[in-house]
Design a protein around this ligand. Sequence first.
Ligand code: SF4
Length: 188
Amino acid sequence: MKSKTILLHVCCAPCMIVPLERLRKQSFQVNGFFYNPNIEPKEELEKRKTNVLAYSKRNDCAMFFDQNENSEQFFAAFAGKLEGPERCHTCWYFRLKKTAEHAKKNNADYFTTTLLVSPYQDGEKIREIGEKAAAETGVMFHYENFSTGYQQAVQISRLENMYRQKYCGCKLSLAQRQAAKKTRIKPS
Ligand code: SF4
């Protein structure tokens, strides 16, 4: 019987741990796809890419990297959506649509995303956006609540000494993180 193929959109190495393990247990043949033009600055993007490449090699997962990372189209899509949840929805759609297109081009049966690992993201909205990209491309979106494995991913990534980023990816999320840090260390 032909195994089902799935393209896994990967945001970072720690978030790849649980989906890769679970999808393989379900007999999916998994390939990875790194497309995250949201990540800034460039040094941070390179750090995450290097770690994803190392993890995928250690775990024998073929990985594709989109070369047009910081595309102008991506940032243009944010015009007027710099605040609130709409910004993240636009960001997710951009990445999932590109993943679905890559899956279609490479004849994958399904696509999914490591964005579903974080309990800090809106999993239901990611599902809705994934299904929209699926309807637009004709490739099925595999939804699974990977966030139940979040703690496992944290433990393994610590044990394996993997790079764990401190912010989601865009400049605004970096600024928010820095502001929160300052608030925490403010003397009383
Ligand atoms: S916070 Fe994260 S998901 Fe939202 S726009 Fe920034 S990088 Fe994208």
